[in-house]
Design a protein around this ligand. Structure first.
Ligand SMILES: NC(=O)c1ccc[n+]([C@@H]2O[C@H](COP(=O)([O-])OP(=O)(O)OC[C@H]3O[C@@H](n4cnc5c(N)ncnc54)[C@H](OP(=O)(O)O)[C@@H]3O)[C@@H](O)[C@H]2O)c1
Length: 278
C-alpha cells in the first residue's frame, strides 16, 4: 500500500484507519471539514515521525464544488492512488439543505462518494491493485429508496435518510464496478457494525441519548478495522463485493439490482447536469 485517500479521516473509523496506515509506512491523505482536526492529524503524524507522509485536505464534502476542488488537489499532488476510502457522514435529525440546494445527507453520504470515485478513477487506475472501500451499510432492501423523492423533501427522518443513503451507496457500487471494474478498480462495500465513534451529527434529544448509549456500549473503533484493512491490502478478485462485519454477503440479490443501479445513475447524471428530475 503506497497512497491511501480517506474521505472523513479526522474522526472515528477513518481516523483510526489513517493512523494504522501511517504506522505501516503508507502515504495518507485525509479529507475533512474541520481544520483543527486536520491540524491535529498532521501534528500527531509529525510526532510519530510520519509527518512527511501525512496530508490533510480541508473540504466540506456536502458541497459539490468543494468535493470537486478536493479531488482536483489530490489528482494534482498524487498521480497514483492505491486506495480510496469513504467514511464521511453527518447525521441530521432535522432536514437541512446545503447552500447548493441539496439535502445534506444525500449530498454528503451519496453524491460526494459518487463524485470522488469518478474524479479519482484515473489515479486509481494507475495503481497495481486499486480499490475503493465504501464504508456504509450494505445489504438492505431496495424498498428503502424513495425514487420519486430521493432528497426526502416530503417525509424526512434522519434514520430514513441514513438508511436510504446506505442503499444508494450499494447501487453506486454496482454502477462503479460495471464501469471501472474492467480497468482493474475493485469496489468493496463494508458495514462495520455498530462502533463507538464520534457519530458526527446534530441529534434531537431522543436520538442523542441513543447515540450516547451506543458510544458507551458499542465495540471500539479498532475492532472495526480488520475487514477494511483486509479489503485494502488484498482487494477481492471480483469487481464488486460486500461485507457485513467481516462476513461476505452476496451481491447478486435484489438489493444490488443492476437496473436499479442504472436508474440511480441516470437520475444522478440528470441532477448533476442541473436538470432536476420531478
Ligand atoms: N459508527 C457506526 O456504528 C457505523 C455503523 C454503520 C456504518 N458506519 C459507517 O462508517 C463510516 C464511518 O463512520 P464513523 O462512525 O467512524 O464516523 P464519525 O466518527 O462520525 O466521523 C465522521 C467523519 O466524517 C467527517 N465529516 C462529517 N461531515 C463532513 C463534511 N461535511 N465534509 C467532510 N467531512 C465530513 C468528520 O470530520 P469533520 O467533522 O472534521 O468534517 C469525520 O472525520 C460512515 O460512512 C458510517 O456511515 C458507521
Amino acid at each position: 500500500m503506497n497512497t491511501l485517500v480517506i474521505a472523513g479521516g479526522t474522526d472515528g473509523i477513518g481516523k483510526a484507519l489513517a493512523q494504522a496506515y501511517l504506522g505501516r509506512g503508507a502515504t495518507v491523505v485525509v479529507i475533512g471539514r474541520n481544520p483543527e482536526r486536520g491540524r491535529h492529524f498532521l501534528d500527531t503524524a509529525r510526532a510519530a515521525g510520519a509527518g512527511e507522509r501525512a496530508f490533510f485536505v480541508t473540504a466540506d464534502l456536502s458541497l459539490l464544488t468543494e468535493t470537486s476542488r478536493a479531488a482536483e488537489e489530490i489528482r494534482a499532488a498524487f498521480p497514483t492512488v492505491d486506495a480510496l476510502v469513504f467514511c464521511a457522514r453527518h447525521y441530521r435529525s432535522r432536514r437541512t439543505e446545503t447552500s447548493e440546494g441539496y439535502e445534506e445527507n444525500f449530498a454528503l453520504f451519496y453524491l460526494s462518494r459518487h463524485l470522488l470515485g469518478e474524479a479519482l478513477a484515473e489515479p486509481l487506475s494507475r495503481a497495481e491493485h486499486p480499490v475503493i472501500v465504501n464504508v456504509a451499510g450494505p445489504g438492505a432492501g431496495l424498498e428503502l429508496v424513495q425514487w420519486d423523492d430521493l432528497q426526502l423533501s416530503r417525509h424526512y427522518h434522519g434514520g430514513a435518510a441514513l438508511g436510504q443513503g446506505g442503499k444508494l451507496n450499494d447501487l453506486l457500487g454496482v454502477s462503479y464496478a460495471e464501469q471501472h471494474g474492467p480497468a482493474g478498480i475493485r469496489y468493496v462495500l463494508i458495514h462495520p457494525g455498530v462502533t463507538a465513534t464520534g457519530f458526527s451529527g446534530e441529534y434531537d434529544a431522543g436520538t442523542l441519548s441513543h447515540i450516547r448509549s451506543m458510544q458507551h456500549h458499542a465495540k471500539p473503533v479498532e475492532a472495526a478495522l480488520p475487514p477494511i484493512i483486509a479489503a485494502i491490502d488484498e482487494p477481492p478478485a471480483e469487481a464488486l463485493s460486500a461485507y457485513v462485519e467481516g462476513r461476505r454477503i452476496p451481491v447478486d440479490t435484489q438489493g444490488f439490482d443492476p437496473a436499479a443501479a442504472r436508474r440511480l445513475r441516470d437520475l444522478t447524471d440528470r441532477l448533476l447536469a442541473g436538470s432536476r428530475p420531478s
